[in-house]
Every structure is written in C-alpha cells, then in structure tokens.
Design a protein around this ligand. Structure first.
Ligand SMILES: Nc1nc2c(ncn2[C@@H]2O[C@H](COP(=O)(O)OP(=O)(O)OP(=O)(O)O)[C@@H](O)[C@H]2O)c(=O)[nH]1
Length: 211
C-alpha cells in the first residue's frame, strides 16, 4: 500500500475513547492490558492514570481505541467531570470479592445517570468465587438501572470474554454516534426528514455518515 492510501486509511479511522472507572485494585489495568495485549502480568505498578492508544478490529473495522485507565487514590475519590466529558464510553469495574468496590460503582452510577453516555459494567475477579462478596444478580440489577451491558469476567484467566466487553462498549459508542448524526441530519433537513428515513432504510444504514 502506498503512503497516500495509508494516510487516507488512517484519517478515516473511527476513534473511540473509553475511560475505565472503578475503585482501587479492582483490576482496571489488568483488564485494559489484557484487551490490548492479550497478556496478564499480575502486578501493575502505576500511581497515576495512564492512556493507551491502539488500533483494534471491531467487526472487521479498524478502530483507534483510546483507553484511559484511571487511578483513584481511595474509595472516596470519585471520577471528575473532565474524565466523564472526555470519554465516549465508560467501562465501570468492580471486584466480586470487594463489596466496597461495588458501593463505589453505585456512587459513580448516580454521578453519571444524567449523562447520555454508553456504559458497560464489568465484575472482575470471578476466578475468586470462594471470596465472593457481591453476587451476579446485584451487578445485573445495577446494569438494568443504568440501562447498560453487564458481564462477570476474570482478567487473570480469560482473554475472549474481556475482549467481548471492550468490543460491545465500542459498538454501543459507534451506534449512539450514528444515531445522533442521524437526528442532526433530520433536524437540518426539517420537513424532508421522512424522505431521509426512506433513503437511509433503502441503503441499510450505509447512507449514514461514518467517522
Ligand atoms: N485473582 C485475580 N486477581 C486479579 C484479577 N485482575 C486483577 N487482579 C489483581 O488485582 C490487583 C490489582 O489489579 P490492577 O489491575 O492493578 O487494579 P487497578 O484497578 O488498576 O488498581 P489501581 O490502579 O490501584 O486503581 C493485582 O494484584 C492484579 O494481579 C483477576 O481477574 N483475578
């Protein structure tokens, strides 16, 4: 592929920014690193938030996936507005062995409930079910109240289920982006919006602008 074509391909990449939120030690870094590198290292030494930027394939489309791995100081250190407004989607993580981390997420949920932002809830460390403090039903109830997806995983043991979570969140972000572009187009076209709908249906979504 020549440089010109590569440049064009790069500039047409969709960018998706996801902030990974959750109490200290729930496995935010382990999940992010697992998704981007497929590896599990075990101990992650960082005291400040980290950004990773990687090109990934979601449904065969290349996506520039940016992950903000947050690093709260303690269980009262809730994410700020700047983090929430920066993100296109939020991955909310708690540990099934840490009830306080679940309470932390409930507070985050209350904080973001007014934002129309795609969310996915992950209950991590399900390889440690003998130390379980939060049952799956509680996680599912929280997910229903925030109208988002939910999965229990173990970054320590699994690659595919972790990838599914990040990819699902990416799909939701892209779908909501297409939806808001569609309604913007409809507003701009005013009275001709019904024609637009027919045209879009006829083109099975391909008429909608992509990033
Ligand atoms: N058993 C088990 N341990 C895990 C799992 N995921 C992460 N851990 C461990 O939990 C600890 C914390 O993991 P991190 O990924 O650093 O957690 P974090 O949420 O990024 O932590 P902070 O940066 O302090 O907020 C490490 O010792 C990991 O090895 C898991 O799925 N199962």
């Amino acid at each position: 592929m020549n440089a010109k074509v590569m440049k064009r391909k790069k500039s047409s990449l969709s960018e998706v920014k996801v902030a990974v939120l959750g109490a200290p030690g729930v496995g935010k870094t382990a999940l992010s690193v697992r998704y981007l590198t497929r590896r599990y290292i075990g101990e992650y030494d960082h005291n400040s938030e980290t950004r990773y930027k990687h090109e990934v394939l979601v449904d065969n489309d290349p996506i520039l996936y940016e992950i903000l791995d947050t690093c709260p100081k303690d269980y009262n250190d809730l994410p700020g507005n700047d983090t929430i407004h920066w993100a296109d989607g939020l991955l909310l993580v708690y540990s099934i062995c840490d009830r306080n981390s679940f309470s932390f997420l409930k507070k985050v949920g209350a904080l973001i409930s007014d934002n129309d932002i795609p969310i996915y809830i992950v209950a991590n460390k399900n390889d440690m079910s003998h130390l379980r403090e939060v049952n799956a039903e509680e996680g599912a109830i929280l997910a229903r109240s925030l109208e988002c997806g939910f999965a229990e995983v173990a970054a320590a043991e699994q690659v595919a289920p972790v990838a599914v979570v990040f990819q699902e969140l990416c799909r939701t972000v892209l779908a909501s982006r297409r939806k808001s572009k569609h309604s913007l187009l409809e507003r701009m076209l005013g009275g001709r919006s019904s024609n637009l709908r027919l045209y879009v249906r006829g083109k099975s979504d391909s008429a909608l602008p992509k990033d």
